[in-house]
Structures are given as structure tokens and as C-alpha cells.
Design a protein around this ligand. Structure first.
Ligand SMILES: NC(=O)c1ccc[n+]([C@@H]2O[C@H](COP(=O)([O-])OP(=O)(O)OC[C@H]3O[C@@H](n4cnc5c(N)ncnc54)[C@H](OP(=O)(O)O)[C@@H]3O)[C@@H](O)[C@H]2O)c1
Length: 293
């Protein structure tokens, strides 16, 4: 029987979880299990020689089986208030299954109580701690992939439509977040008890558009739209009203400069990964072909 730690990764079909699975698989010193919501979604992983378990946070009966034999887990949820119920359910099941270490993907720790979903993530963190797990709480700032995709994105053609006025944000490439997640899952003793903020390049949307223009060699523009338009569009698209209202509130506060340190960057990345974090300049370079129009 293998003595390698068994690491379960939630959100494996998504941006952060998917890359975390790939990182852990290529590190090779663990047994990684990609959690998927249905057997159909497993096929893509099996083709790459990656093991899967079927685990749906909305189907409590799948948690017991999915968590069997798991030592460490990446807890990640989607963009919905259901994250609270789902995360508590997961933490309770993980406790029963004997999981030792949980790495949680949270959100910004900026000093405001007005952006509710940031607080929701902190309540989840507190519950993980209260249940006695060894833990690492990751608190990423804005994903560069919000602008470019994959999937839903703010860039349409050569215009980035956003809703935060002249706010300068702190940004992170999801691949870098996944790299940190993989390291903290591989070396839980080293990162136990830590809250790790992640955000490595501070830019306004105008500055992002200027960089894309420079790197791609075609003009890109940023267009500031009213925050109300974001909420209307998100609700019309069927997104969760509770979570989208939090983001709308964040955008409104950002627009008036009322979120302290929204552009805070951190110097912890190199010590964790041995690499430098991706800047917008490098990100644009890497995605140059997809960005060209
Ligand atoms: N976007 C940002 O700027 C930002 C910043 C800070 C923090 N975050 C946090 O990042 C997290 C999202 O990460 P992401 O962008 O990588 O997500 P994503 O690409 O939207 O993927 C979400 C993942 O969660 C899975 N999932 C959804 N509902 C589930 C359920 N009931 N049971 C099991 N799995 C379920 C999805 O599976 P399916 O493929 O089956 O749907 C998918 O794999 C959120 O917690 C968010 O708060 C985001």
C-alpha cells in the first residue's frame, strides 16, 4: 500500500482547482484525487491519468464516499451564497473522514465589513479552525482571468467593460494561486496555521488596457460602466442574487475609493514557490495569441 498522502481537490473542473490538480500530479509525491460532480466530468481527467471521485457539495451522500481515505483537501466553492452551507457540510464530513489538513480558497481580507462574501469566507475559515483541523487560509485578490477568461469574461473584442471607476486593484493569475495551493497541500506542516494573502500586480483597468495594447500591438480600451449595470446583467444571466449583490457592493465601494488597500500587493510568493509571480505584462505576453483580434 502506498504511503503517499491522498489529496482531494474540489473545483477540479474550474480554473483554480484544475490547475492545482495538474500541479500536484506533476509534483508526483502524492496521490491526487480530482473531485467532479458527475462521472461524465471525470472522463477528461482519466484521459490524463488523473484519478477522480464524484463529490457534489449539494448531494450530502456523495461526501462520505468522496472523502474516504483523504488526508488533505483543497476546499473551494462557487460564486453563490450556497458556499456557506456547502462548506460547513464539507468541513463536517471531512472531520468524520479523518482529514488532517484543509487549504481553503477564500477572498480578499481588505479591512471592510461591507463586502459580505469576503466575510462569508472568513466565517468558513473560522469554522475550519474551530473544528480542530490543521489549516492554511489562502486569500486571493482579483483573478486576471476575470478579464480574459476562460469562460465568463469582461473583455469583449478589444473593450474591457468594468464597474469600478478608476479603482486600482491587486491582481493574481489563477495559475499562481494554484501553485501556492499545491505547495501548501504538499507541505502542510510548513504552512499550517497561516493566512496567506495573494495579489501581486496593482493596476487600474485603464492600465491593464494600456498593457494589452502594448503587448498585443492592437488597441485595447477600458470602459467604466455603472455598478448597477453589473447587477442587472448578472441577475439576467441567472447568477446567484445574494453573491452578485456582494460583488455589486464591492464595485460601488471600489468606485468611490472606499475599500482600503484594494491595491495591496504581497511579497510572499517567491518564498513559497521559488518563482516570481506573473505580472499583467507577462500574462498578456503568454495569452497574446488569444487576445489578438
Ligand atoms: N474571481 C475572482 O477574482 C476571485 C477572487 C478571490 C477569490 N475567488 C474565489 O475563487 C473561488 C472560485 O474559483 P474558480 O474561479 O476557480 O471557480 P470556477 O472556475 O468558477 O469553478 C468552480 C468550481 O466549483 C465546482 N462546483 C460548483 N458547485 C459545486 C458543488 N455543488 N459541488 C462540488 N463542486 C462544485 C465547479 O464544478 P462544475 O464544473 O461541475 O460546475 C467548478 O469546478 C470562489 O470561492 C471565489 O470566491 C475568486
Amino acid at each position: 500500500m502506498s504511503s503517499q498522502p491522498v489529496i482531494l481537490v474540489l473545483g477540479a473542473t474550474g480554473k483554480v482547482g484544475g490547475e492545482t490538480v495538474r500541479q500536484l500530479k506533476s509534483a508526483g509525491d502524492n496521490r491526487v484525487l480530482a473531485a467532479v460532480r458527475s462521472p461524465e466530468k471525470a472522463k477528461h481527467f482519466h484521459a490524463q491519468g488523473i484519478e477522480t471521485v464524484v463529490l457534489d457539495l449539494d448531494q450530502p451522500e456523495t461526501l462520505k464516499v468522496g472523502l474516504e481515505g483523504v488526508n488533505r483537501a483543497l476546499l473551494l466553492s462557487g460564486y453563490s451564497v450556497d458556499m456557506m452551507r456547502q462548506s460547513k457540510r464539507f468541513v463536517d464530513a471531512a472531520k468524520q473522514a479523518g482529514v488532517q489538513h484543509i487549504v481553503h480558497i477564500g477572498a480578499s481580507g481588505a479591512a471592510t465589513n461591507e463586502v459580505a462574501h469576503w466575510g462569508w469566507h472568513q466565517f468558513v475559515e473560522a469554522y475550519i479552525e474551530q473544528q480542530g483541523f490543521s489549516y492554511t487560509h489562502l486569500r486571493p485578490e482579483a483573478f486576471m482571468q476575470n478579464v480574459t477568461g476562460p469562460g465568463y469574461r469582461w473583455l469583449e473584442g478589444n473593450v474591457i467593460r468594468h464597474h469600478v471607476g478608476n479603482a486600482r486593484w491587486s491582481w493574481i493569475d489563477c495559475q499562481d494561486l494554484a501553485l501556492v495551493a499545491a505547495h501548501t497541500l504538499q507541505e502542510p506542516e510548513k504552512y499550517a496555521g497561516q493566512i496567506i494573502p495573494l495579489g501581486y500586480d496593482a493596476k487600474t483597468f485603464n492600465e491593464v488596457a494600456e498593457l494589452l495594447t502594448e503587448v498585443v500591438g492592437q488597441p485595447f480600451y477600458a470602459e467604466a460602466r455603472p455598478p448597477e449595470e453589473f447587477l442587472e446583467n448578472a441577475l439576467a444571466a441567472g447568477a446567484d442574487p445574494a453573491y452578485m449583490t456582494c460583488i455589486y457592493t464591492q464595485f460601488k465601494l471600489n468606485s468611490s475609493g472606499a475599500i482600503p488597500n484594494a491595491d495591496a500587493t504581497f511579497d510572499n510568493f517567491e518564498a513559497i514557490t521559488g518563482q516570481k509571480p506573473i505580472t499583467w505584462q507577462e500574462f498578456a505576453q503568454q495569452h497574446k495569441n488569444e487576445l489578438a483580434y
